[in-house]
Design a binder for this molecule. Structure first.
Ligand code: AMP
Ligand code: MG
Length: 341
């Protein structure tokens, strides 16, 4: 398949109309959002979403998030919108928050991965919003990477993974948040946080009161246990390089590296620390800046492969606020391999 590449600088560019035309005629296009690049297609057409699963190599039981540009597009997708859902939308939409509710008949089972619920989000990125609006339908848009790889935060990585497999790629530079949306299910009481992201657990509690953080956010799913969020059971965000998280002070991290390094060892550390380390280094933001870490983590995981390391020892991030999202992605990239020093 020939993949067109559109460089886009504003929501008024002509390429937005071309993109919308492709989407209207059943094509699939990688588009920028504030979280990560998404692979978009008409969410109401199961034949289109089949193409999305195929291009990504995504297992068909891992449901897609449906993206809307106006609140009026939400109601037809779900059975009903409870009060607490409106309260969340009021405060955090448009933005990096996905809300799960029981789905209506118009949402194909292929989109919900066979579940009776549907995940919906209204992105804040102006270009994403213009594309949804002009295409005239809600868009299913999982992260625009090959399934299992780190999510793409710039078009360069989308091109690496999806060139020749999609109709077009819209290049609008780097994503501002850098990790995928927070996913909250309102299908139970108290609501359940399934995936941490740019909207933090604390921000959700502000609106919802008590919430439960699903165990899969922190831990590997136990054998035989059903995942509340099917995506959680799959290998995720992995570079080819083996990632091992080393938990402890920077002094202890340094000592650990000195003791365990080979020529092919690298460190995934905070900015400034590379000066004090004697191995190849990739940085992922400043130590006390979780938002900066979120913006950099996926790019850093891709760069780890580019420098040709066999094994990378990673610094442990703080886990409050947006830090929980960073930890959640890193621990999956490391296949839950954490060494305490
Ligand atoms: P992605 O779009 O690649 O960022 O992945 C979407 C994430 O949302 C995956 O982890 C899915 O398992 C999760 N998800 C989407 N829809 C649902 C749903 N109806 N119920 C539970 N999790 C969902
Ligand atoms: Mg994904």
């Amino acid at each position: 398949m020939e993949t067109q590449i559109f460089k886009v600088f504003s929501e008024n560019d002509e390429a937005i109309d071309k993109t919308a035309d492709i989407l209207k005629s059943g094509g699939i296009v990688a588009i920028p959002t504030e979280t990560v690049y998404g692979l978009a297609g008409n969410a109401l057409d199961g034949n289109v979403t089949d193409k999305i699963y195929a291009a990504k190599g995504r297992p068909s039981d891992n449901p897609l998030i449906v993206h809307i540009s106006d609140i009026s597009q939400w109601r037809p997708l779900v059975k009903e919108i409870p009060e607490n859902a409106y309260a969340l939308a009021d405060k955090y939409w448009p933005g990096p928050l996905t809300v799960i509710l029981p789905k209506s008949e118009i949402v194909p089972d292929k989109v919900s991965g066979g579940l009776s619920t549907v995940a919906v989000r209204m992105p804040s990125d102006k270009i994403a919003r213009a594309i949804i609006e002009k295409s005239g339908v809600p868009l299913a848009a999982p992260s625009a990477n090959t399934s299992g790889k780190p999510s793409p935060t710039s078009a360069k990585y989308v091109i690496e993974d999806l060139m020749g497999k999609v109709d077009a790629i819209v290049d609008a530079g780097e994503c501002s948040v850098g990790v995928e949306s927070t996913v909250i299910s309102l299908c139970e009481t108290p609501p359940r946080l399934l995936r941490p992201g740019g909207i933090t657990a604390e921000m959700l509690t502000d609106v919802l009161g008590e919430i439960v953080i699903d165990d899969a956010v922190f831990n590997k799913l136990a054998d035989g246990k059903k995942a509340a969020s099917p995506g959680m059971k799959y290998k995720h965000y992995s570079p080819d390089t083996q990632v091992i998280i080393v938990k402890g002070s920077f002094e202890d991290f340094k000592k650990f590296i000195e003791k365990n390094k080979t020529e092919k060892t690298a460190a995934l550390c905070f900015e400034g620390e590379e000066k004090e380390l004697s191995v190849m280094c990739v940085t992922y933001g400043k130590k006390n800046d979780p938002a900066g870490q979120a913006k950099n983590i996926f790019d850093a995981l891709r760069r780890v492969d580019e420098i040709g390391a066999e094994k990378v020892f990673a610094r442990f991030p703080e886990t409050d606020g947006v830090g929980l999202a960073v930890f959640n992605r890193l621990v999956r990239a490391a296949a839950f391999n954490i060494i305490e020093v």
